[in-house]
Design a protein around this ligand. Structure first.
Ligand SMILES: Cc1cc2nc3c(=O)[nH]c(=O)nc-3n(C[C@H](O)[C@H](O)[C@H](O)COP(=O)(O)OP(=O)(O)OC[C@H]3O[C@@H](n4cnc5c(N)ncnc54)[C@H](O)[C@@H]3O)c2cc1C
Length: 244
């Protein structure tokens, strides 16, 4: 069955780092949308009169109901700049009131009912969007420990840090910004892989989520396999490029 499609309208388009823009849309028709934190949507775009389909994670910060679902009237996404990128050009140039068609939601990078004691939520760049959408859900699961690792090159490349830092007021949430190319107080110097190693991942007690750059996802997955993690103990979402 095809996924439902929605008409949405751009409300704001703002640079939040030198390479990332945050876009907020309102739902026009239908006027509301239901998703699970961690899922993504597909934008049905057009380039040179040919259809172009691109996926973007939902970055909304909202409280799900008791079934883990959120019904909303807006969509927030974060988009990183890709040189000569066709969708990139469309979104970076998009103006308030421009309308778009999306379909969805899709994706299994969600918090299921059977998560273990300790959960790692690891991302690079815009791969942090799904974890931002989970932030209201995490304090509702106090028997689980959530370690959020945000990989970026420099401090200027981090975003949503107020949301991730504030979440640490809850005892079961830790946030670790990891900077590969800069020293900064309060941040780990190095790749997310190195920070994860410090935290001693254990296949007996842990579940690991990986999202974003395909190289990071593959590197961390191979490190975890060496530590005896099984495929089901690592949930992966790679931001792979489209062939068309
Ligand atoms: C499930 C899923 C969720 C995603 N969520 C997000 C999200 O939340 N935010 C986000 O920014 N992106 C996300 N992406 C990636 C996004 O869908 C597009 O692939 C990306 O925006 C580039 O599209 P484009 O049309 O601008 O580039 P294209 O026109 O497809 O590519 C132009 C050129 O750049 C190369 N290229 C494409 N992407 C990259 C890249 N990232 N780095 C280096 N070279 C590249 C291509 O090989 C090509 O040569 C997601 C992808 C998937 C599969």
């Amino acid at each position: 069955m095809p996924l439902p499609s929605y008409q949405i309208q751009l409300e704001s388009n703002e640079a939040i780092t030198p390479n990332v823009r945050k876009l907020r849309f309102k739902f026009i028709e239908p006027s509301s949308f239901t998703y699970r934190p961690g899922q993504f949507v597909s934008f049905l775009l057009e380039h040179d009169e040919k259809p172009l389909k691109r996926s973007y994670s939902i970055a909304n910060l909202e409280m799900p109901n008791s079934e883990g679902l959120v019904t909303t009237d807006y969509l927030e996404i974060v988009i990183s700049y890709v040189e000569h990128g066709r969708a990139t050009r469309i979104f970076f140039d998009a103006k308030e009131d421009d309308t778009f068609e999306i379909s969805g939601p899709v994706g299994l990078l969600i918090l299921g009912s059977e998560i273990p004691e300790r959960v790692f939520l690891i991302g690079t760049g815009t791969g942090m969007a799904p974890y931002r959408s989970m932030l209201k859900q995490l304090p509702e699961l106090p028997q689980h420990q959530f370690n959020i690792l945000f990989g970026a090159q420099k401090a200027q490349d981090l975003f949503y840090t107020d949301d991730f830092s504030t979440a640490q007021e809850h005892q079961n949430i830790n946030f670790y910004p990891c900077l590969s190319r800069e020293e900064q107080e309060g941040a780990f110097k190095g790749y997310v892989q190195a920070k994860l190693e410090d935290l001693k991942p254990n296949p007996e007690t842990d579940l690991v989520y990986l999202c974003g750059n395909p190289n990071m996802v593959d590197d961390v997955f191979s490190m975890l396999k060496d530590l005896d993690f099984g495929v089901k103990q690592v949930k992966r979402e790679k931001y792979v490029f489209s062939k068309f």
